[in-house]
Design a protein around this ligand. Structure first.
Ligand code: TRP
Length: 392
């Protein structure tokens, strides 16, 4: 990631005090071993409970998306309220976004796939923000034109995920209009520099565009209310590193007379290298949607696994699925069958399964997934994207 943020949201010793553990989670930097329990506590969010999960089933015909059932989406703010409002007849809208800093990888698609599921089961509108301004402001290397180009490239992937074309609207920050600018300015007036410093870690060297930017990311939380002329509940599916934005937006909301936005958070999707999340700055650690499917399979064949040094050791000691990225890809995305995933885990632990077999199996699935995604992506034109950009 571009900007070097000196800001550490979470920096602590683990319970034992001896085992020094530093995790950094900000909207611009995610690093170290992530302890989600501590993150939820620190951010002040709430774990999803069976109560909300059971309620979703009422709308989805008893089914639960794998990403929810297996816990990649794990935390929320006011998701229970969203469901209550729905019961009372007040429909919510979805809001999510993407900072166009490069090509889309599989890790980016994960929350979008889940967002599509929510859009389908609740039959609601989706506002999708492409923050080409953010990536330009926070990244010294980028020209504004480059991040604008990536916004269009990423939008192709977004539409290829299969959102309802009638109910999906883009906000391209570089094409901001009167209504949107006015909302951003109303937000900006109510966030002090000292709050922004405390929440985002801005320093004297931060450029003033960065300091204004959070009001732009807050704006879509209120845009639906302005467009519809009445208060509209908003639900944001996103990775938990975006939560600082929602915290300040929720503080401002009552001052402006709007509902506070609700959020449903996911964990970070693992990369192919040891530990960490999928990161575009390490091309071999991620599968890009534009990768040739055979090349993607090769990346998987070289991925980090929980395997032992030799076949003999593997057979004797068994593998370590809990640290194996191949296993987590199957678990969260590619193997919905509970019996099959459990067999994969127990066979691995028992030393009955070798890494080559698992890599090949996943490699084939990813190859197919990419081929399907790319055939949808190819059909998306600039006109189809432009048509969905909000222009009021
Ligand atoms: N800041 C996000 C990023 O860098 C982009 C973004 C804007 C976003 N609005 C959002 C992400 C809403 C999730 C939800 O990727």
């Amino acid at each position: 990631m571009a900007k070097k943020s000196a800001f550490v949201v979470v920096n602590f010793m683990t319970d034992g005090e001896k085992d020094f553990n530093t995790m950094v989670v900000t909207p611009w930097e995610v690093k170290g071993e992530i302890d989600y329990k501590k993150l939820v506590k620190k951010f002040g969010t709430t774990f999803l409970s069976t109560k909300e999960i059971t309620q979703i089933k009422e709308y989805s015909g008893g089914e639960l998306h794998l990403l929810l059932r297996r816990g990649l989406f794990f935390s929320h703010r006011d998701f229970d309220w969203i469901l209550q409002m729905l019961k009372k007849g007040e429909k919510f809208v979805l809001y999510t976004g993407r900072g166009p800093s490069g090509h889309t990888h599989l890790g980016h698609l994960v929350p979008w796939i889940f967002t599509k599921w929510l859009q389908d089961i609740f039959n609601v509108d989706l506002y999708f923000q492409l923050t080409d301004d953010e990536k330009f402001l926070f990244n010294q290397k980028f020209t504004f034109q480059e991040s604008q180009n990536f916004a269009y490239e990423n939008a192709k992937d977004i539409l290829a995920v299969g959102f309802n074309p009638e109910k999906t609207h883009f906000i391209f920050d570089s094409q901001l209009t009167k209504t949107m600018y006015q909302i951003a300015v109303e937000v900006a007036k109510r966030v002090t520099f000292s709050t922004a410093k405390a929440v985002f870690g801005f320093v004297n060297e931060s450029n003033i565009g960065m300091i204004f930017y959070p009001s732009i990311q807050a704006m879509p939380c209120f845009l639906p209310s302005v467009l519809q002329g009445k208060n509209v509940p908003v639900l944001i599916p996103a990775a938990i590193d975006q939560d600082p934005y929602w915290r300040i937006t929720r503080d401002v909301a009552p001052k402006l007379g709007y509902y506070k936005p609700a959020a449903i958070h996911c964990k970070f999707f693992p990369g192919l290298a040891e530990g960490g999340k999928m990161s575009a700055s390490e091309p071999d650690s991620c599968i890009f949607t534009t990768d040739d499917p055979n090349k993607a399979k090769k990346k998987i064949m070289r991925a980090f696994t929980g395997g032992r040094a030799t076949i003999e050791e593997q057979k004797k000691l068994g593998g370590q699925p809990e640290i194996c990225n191949i296993y987590w890809y199957e678990y969260y995305l590619f193997e919905p069958d509970d019996k099959k995933i459990e067999k994969m885990r127990s066979d691995c632990l028992a030393g009955k399964l070798l890494c080559g077999t698992c890599k090949k199996r996943l490699g084939e699935k990813v190859k197919q997934f990419l081929a399907d995604h790319q055939s949808r992506r190819e059909k998306i034109t600039k006109e189809m994207i432009d048509e969905k950009i909000i222009k009021t």
